[in-house]
Design a protein around this ligand. Structure first.
Ligand code: PEP
Ligand code: MN
Length: 339
């Protein structure tokens, strides 16, 4: 619920109400506006004596937070969150569109360093690449593990790009967090609540991918799990959902961009690589995502897609990536943004 204070309330009145709410076992999140302060009260409502709060001095009214997610909701925070990633210093959620690009998985040191330099040159702010790969088929390439993380760290040293890489299990959070700047939760793990909690506690920005069968509310509730652990740095990522269609690997619902903007203050990034499964579709979906207002793009780029160990069919070459960046720049400019 949200407790709206009257405009004449002093800090002492606000503190009194905060104490009262906390004594009922709820956590508080005060939001100081120009005219008045509102206090979001979050937690188990069963012990709450609403009428006692209503009677406290300078309380104007109590309104319920309607969305099932609270901290992720626009009802609690109206202004967009800006999530800054190191070492690039880029903030997701502002006027600039952030592009994170790189191979599906880290395969080879020289190839990764080459692709990192190329995506940096083309304007990316981050480098992606999985060292721990969630694979449907256990006999396929499952990543280089820590050796892959070391290669990513070397690429960061050389380029200044922020490293975005997946963490698949609770036992690997500390290891991956030592190397990564953005911890990726893969689509298959969006419902892995113990992992969400452990990753949130690492305190780094998180790229949270939507599960392919998750609803919009379930997606935001997964973000809520992490925000409830005190990590507000959640970047949402749409990577396509499973439908009856076969001409695409996944169906990419770009309508999620205006939906997120209406319901949440968190930034939303689009992954058109997994969202289509076909490299030839990726440039147009990048343009469409930026036109729709996406805060960023997550794009698979490989120096030799034909021989990629994972997801070659949906990977751009460094050349097509550079051309796509130029097109995306023009679209961004047309809608008052930049890349
Ligand atoms: C990936 O980013 O390479 C990946 C495995 O994505 P997803 O979890 O969306 O399938
Ligand atoms: Mn992939």
């Amino acid at each position: 619920m949200i407790v709206v204070m009257e405009s004449g309330a002093t800090q002492a009145h606000v503190d009194h109400v905060i104490k009262m709410i906390q004594s009922m076992g709820l956590r508080t999140h005060p939001i100081v506006g120009t005219d008045r302060t509102v206090i979001a009260a979050i937690g188990d409502k069963r012990q709450v004596d609403k009428s006692a709060i209503e009677q406290a001095p300078f309380v104007e009214q109590i309104v319920p937070i309607l969305a099932p997610y609270k901290r992720a909701s626009k009802e609690v925070q109206a202004t967009p969150s800006r999530i800054t990633v190191a070492p690039a210093g880029f903030a997701f959620g502002g006027t600039r569109v952030g592009v994170i690009a790189g191979p599906c998985s880290v395969e080879d040191r020289l190839a990764l360093l080459e692709v990192a330099a190329a995506v940096k040159e083309a304007g990316a702010i981050g480098l992606r690449g999985g060292a721990f790969k969630p694979r449907t088929d256990p006999y396929s390439f499952r990543g280089l593990g820590e050796a892959g993380l070391q290669i990513l760290a070397e690429a960061r040293e050389r380029t200044g790009l922020s490293i975005c890489t997946e963490v698949m299990s609770v036992t690997e959070v500390d290891l991956v967090a030592r190397y990564a700047d953005i911890l990726q939760i893969g689509a298959r793990n969006m419902h892995n609540f113990n992992l969400l909690v452990a990753v949130a506690r690492a305190g780094k920005p998180v790229m949270l991918k939507r599960g392919w069968s998750a609803t919009f509310d379930e997606f935001l509730l997964a973000a809520e799990y992490m925000m409830n652990e005190g990590n507000q740095q959640i970047i949402l990522c749409e990577r396509g959902i499973r439908t009856h269609e076969t001409y695409v690997r996944n169906t990419l619902p770009l309508a999620i961009v205006p939906a997120v903007k209406k319901k949440s203050h968190l930034p939303i990034v689009i992954d058109p690589s997994h969202g289509t499964g076909h490299a030839y579709m990726v440039p147009s979906m990048c343009r469409a995502a930026v036109a729709a207002g996406a805060d960023g793009l997550l794009i698979e780029v490989h120096p030799d897609p034909e021989h990629a160990l994972t997801d070659g069919a949906q990977s751009l070459t460094p050349e097509t990536f550079a051309a796509t960046m130029r097109e995306v720049s023009r679209v961004a400019e047309a809608v008052g943004r930049s890349v």
